[in-house]
Design a protein around this ligand. Structure first.
Ligand SMILES: Cc1cc2nc3c(=O)[nH]c(=O)nc-3n(C[C@H](O)[C@H](O)[C@H](O)COP(=O)(O)OP(=O)(O)OC[C@H]3O[C@@H](n4cnc5c(N)ncnc54)[C@H](O)[C@@H]3O)c2cc1C
Length: 471
């Protein structure tokens, strides 16, 4: 504990990536943490047991591909380097950050089957002094006291019937957090929400690297857009990798692609994923993750905070379509900030909520906003692709500049480094591209009249449909 700081009693609802990392960062600053998690502990066993035997329905994306961008790894390196060491010991893969001709020196990213990394983090947090874990219980409501201008949350009610008092309650319940129900039951105002249904869903299959084979190098972004689909290929822990296909929810072939043989036939036909599947042996079925949305939830309005003593963390505050793999990095940024400022809540619970929300808007909202804009384009592309039509995504100055930046990154080191800084969440677009040393080469490149069109689809829509219709 730093001089002059008091111990804050923090209750965290939800032990996903954001909840677990904030518990660790808080406890290591001397705060007293109680975590409540609905789902049981991971098994003691090999990494594949974390995936195959851990019942963790609270994280429905558990069987999907997960990358920890360089920003997430940097925060872990600064706050809890032992976590990175344990990840590597467990077989989680670490790779350099390279985008075209650019490279982030000194930064790395981590690739893992989600549950392998989360299970390891959970074990570390469970051993950490200063953290009490109530596993197999759930937060069912809030304890609220009258405050000054607004009421103040002073603890949580548990499904088991108990109650835990706190100076700060953290909702880290993920995209399915029940915060609006808790607020309603306590007579608090309805949280403010923005939502955008993404209109597409994810199909993922995992593979083990075939003996004697070498899959291609993993890159971020890991995705390749076709007119009617997006295909992602990404390495993971212990010589495994995953292939993911994103389709429109309105695609009439969406069910057919869930069949393992057809899924493999399709990814083998796509040039981006073909070398991967040739190097792998399937180790899972095809898992689906549907109902993907972008959602931002706020408990402050133009009139100030609705309540004191509670903050929303990670996906509970804002989450985006995961194609760019930003969720865990954003959750860790949030967790680190919480640990730095949580002591301020004791004397001013409402002011703390207000300043935490403002920080969230400023530092995480920028990523949320850019994803919402990108997803509108993706949805339009997929919807047109299902009809056998093509939408070019470079018809406005902003999309043309972005496409030019990515194309220019392939051969220009300064631009490649700027794009890498943006992809890995070190700099938002206006910062990454605002400097003339980055903007000028992109503008000059665009002035040279390059073609920014995507190459023709392989397989094209007709071939995709006949592949999936064949008996
Ligand atoms: C298909 C898909 C792929 C993704 N890929 C990536 C990727 O490659 N890289 C990346 O960075 N991010 C990725 N993400 C995003 C990432 O999964 C989330 O951003 C991240 O898990 C958010 O962490 P969290 O702790 O906020 O929530 P979660 O990880 O969802 O954890 C919430 C936890 O709260 C528990 N809980 C909920 N309510 C209660 C309650 N009332 N009481 C007790 N416990 C409760 C749940 O059981 C769960 O354990 C992906 C997401 C999806 C959907």
């Amino acid at each position: 504990m730093c001089d002059g700081m008091s111990v804050t009693r923090v209750v965290i609802a939800g032990a996903g990536f954001a909840g677990l990392s904030s518990a660790l960062f808080l406890a290591r600053r001397g705060h007293q943490v109680t975590m409540i998690e609905r789902d049981g502990a991971p098994p003691d066993g090999a990494p594949s047991d974390d995936v195959d035997s851990w019942r963790h329905p609270g994280v429905p994306q558990g069987r999907q591909t997960h990358a920890l961008l360089a920003r997430a790894r940097r925060i872990l390196a600064d706050e809890a380097p032992d976590v990175i060491a344990a990840f590597l010991e467990r077989g989680i893969r670490e790779i350099p950050v390279v985008v075209g001709a650019g490279r982030l020196e000194g930064e790395l990213m981590l690739l893992s089957r989600r549950l392998v990394a989360e299970a390891e983090l959970r074990r570390i947090v469970a051993r950490e002094p200063g953290i009490t874990m109530l596993i197999g219980d759930a937060v069912t409501g809030l304890q609220v006291s009258p405050g000054g201008a607004v009421p103040v949350v002073t603890g949580v009610h548990l499904r088991s019937g108990g109650r835990v008092d706190a100076d700060v309650v953290v909702d880290a319940g993920g995209r399915r957090s029940a915060l609006p129900e808790w607020f309603a039951a306590s007579g608090l105002p309805i949280p403010i929400e923005e939502r955008q249904e993404c209109g597409f869903f994810y199909l993922t299959r995992f593979y083990a690297v075939r003996r004697g084979c070498q899959p291609p190098e993993s890159k971020m972004p890991a995705s390749m857009p076709l007119d009617y689909a997006t295909v992602l290929a990404m390495g993971a822990d212990n010589d495994t990798f995953s292939l993911t296909v994103t389709l429109s929810v309105d695609d009439p072939f969406r069910s057919a692609l869930r069949e393992s043989d057809r899924f493999d036939a399709f990814v083998r036909a796509v040039p981006h994923s073909a070398p991967w599947i040739d190097a792998g042996v399937p180790i899972s079925d095809v898992s689906m993750m549907a109902r993907i949305e972008n959602r931002r939830r706020r408990i402050t309005s133009d009139n100030g905070p609705m309540v004191g003593g509670i903050v929303l963390l990670g996906d509970a505050a804002l989450h985006t379509n995961p194609t760019l793999g930003r969720g865990i990095s954003m959750g860790l940024m949030h967790a680190q900030h919480l640990a730095e400022v949580v002591h301020l809540a004791v004397d001013d619970p409402a002011g703390f909520v207000e300043s935490f929300s403002a920080w969230t808007d400023e530092h995480l909202g920028v990523w949320y906003d850019s994803q919402v804009a990108a997803d509108a384009n993706t949805l339009e592309r997929l919807a047109a692709g299902v009809r056998g039509e093509r939408v070019t995504a470079v018809d406005t100055p902003a999309t043309r500049f972005a496409a030019g930046a990515f194309a220019c990154a392939a051969h220009n080191e300064v631009v490649g480094t700027a794009v890498a800084n943006m992809i890995h969440l070190f700099a938002p677009p206006h910062e990454a591209f605002g400097d003339p040393s980055v903007a000028v080469p992109i503008t000059e490149f665009l002035a040279s009249g390059p073609s920014l069109d995507r190459p023709p689809d392989i397989p094209n829509r007709k071939a995709f449909e006949s592949m999936l219709s064949a008996e």
